[in-house]
Design a protein. Structure first.
Length: 187
């Protein structure tokens, strides 16, 4: 009987470890990215639309928020297209939807992110100068008929507010590629 209890504990721990993973992608103080994922990618489907309501951005500069939405959507669309997924209009019955959220630490704390997203990588700010601010990006995949995502990834890194538009787009492309790296090719 003791052996069965150990097997149950081991199996439970194994399931818990595979349900949520965290990794440091880069380790230099300013370019450091920490990421955590949760969910099951077996529900991924070949067509998607953008989620009808999950696309929030929380920054101090409200004027810039629309550009940030456009850049992130474009970066995700590029990665998904490279993997063979097709974006369709929400009214065309997509097989899945994609939502996202972005926030700066000055606008949303890790505790607030955890409460809303159920995940937080907990990127440390030690050793980073005051010119950079911690930013968080969430990408979530949904079955269009279910409110809760079946898979999500949350990354935290540091913003570089003085980047021009080309540098921002390249950074979004790189971030989307890293965040969606575990999404399989469309089959």
């Amino acid at each position: 009987m003791f052996k069965n209890v150990n097997q149950v504990i081991f199996s439970t721990c194994l399931v818990m470890l595979t349900a949520c993973s965290s990794s440091n992608i880069e380790s230099t103080p300013v370019s450091r990215i920490t990421m955590v994922t949760s969910g099951d990618l077996s529900s991924v489907a070949s067509t998607y639309a953008w989620h009808a309501s999950m696309f929030s951005v929380h920054t101090a500069n409200k004027i810039d928020e629309q550009n940030l939405k456009i850049h992130l959507r474009g970066a995700v669309d590029k990665v998904m297209a490279e993997k063979g997924y097709q974006v369709v209009n929400y009214n065309d019955s997509p097989q899945m939807t994609i939502g996202f959220g972005m926030a700066l630490a000055s606008e949303m704390s890790d505790a607030e992110i955890l409460a809303k997203a159920g995940l937080v990588p907990g990127l440390a700010t030690q050793g980073v100068d005051s010119e950079h601010e911690k930013g968080s990006v969430l990408i979530a995949l949904f079955n269009p008929l279910v409110e809760q995502p079946f898979w999500r990834v949350l990354a935290q890194g540091f913003t570089e507010p003085n980047n021009d538009m080309t540098q921002r787009e390249a950074r979004f492309d790189s971030l989307a590629r890293i965040m969606l790296s575990s999404v399989p090719k469309a089959g």
